[in-house]
Design a protein around this ligand. Sequence first.
Ligand code: ATP
Length: 248
Amino acid sequence: MTEVPSNHPRYHSLQLRERLVHGLKAGLATEAGLLAHGRGEAFDYLLGEKSHDFAAEAIAVASALLLTARLPVFSVNGNSASLAGQEINELVKVHERMVVEVNLFHHSQQRSSLIANYLRELGVPHVVESSVGPSVALPEIKSARRRMNVEGLAEADVVLVALEDGDRCQALVNAGRKVIAVDLNPLSRTAQVAHVSIVDELTRVLKLLATQLKSDQNQTPEELARRIAAYDNAKILDQAIATIRRGV
Ligand code: ATP
């Protein structure tokens, strides 16, 4: 990996690029994933490469949903694993019921297994693959992504998706899942259709979410339910769009 000097003004952003290039070389990510990352970088640039209050508010509700879920599942793809494998591991350590399911847009069984094993080696305890073992089909989706593992997405009531595409996000919502999306683009179909849209960069989000989950562990279910009921995702998206406009 290219060594990025820690005093470089784009240190974090360049480090993420290195992680993704490394992920590509290791077979976790695809060339198309590099392009998807570029779209995210552009929005992060416009957001000042920092976490805003609208992300913190969405993260607080995401924490409440994940803690009160019957089965919370984190749907992970090649980019998420490459960029944030360590952060995914730290997140599931503070919420041990969370299942991680590998589900890929550009599916190959070899890449899916590589990602699953990479996460297991990092220490993630409960990793399943959509394409391995008994599964149920997600209606509306034609590709291999429609498979939902019976130990994961098929049984999930709350699903965390990151760097996801709009079709699958919409299909998960239509199939009755509460969907939390991490997406730097507040205009993407994913951000627009999710119940909770965290408009912020994935690695920053996962650290903040882990801290929030820890501090919420002693909250009563009533308090968490009140937080969920008071949440307005359209307002959060408006605030993110306004912030980008002001930045420009
Ligand atoms: P949609 O189908 O939801 O409209 P899209 O086609 O614009 O999405 P995809 O290429 O399917 O986008 O998914 C990539 C999404 O992930 C983009 O919206 C991009 O802004 C976002 N993204 C990329 N990198 C990151 C990151 N590190 N953190 C958060 N979001 C990211």
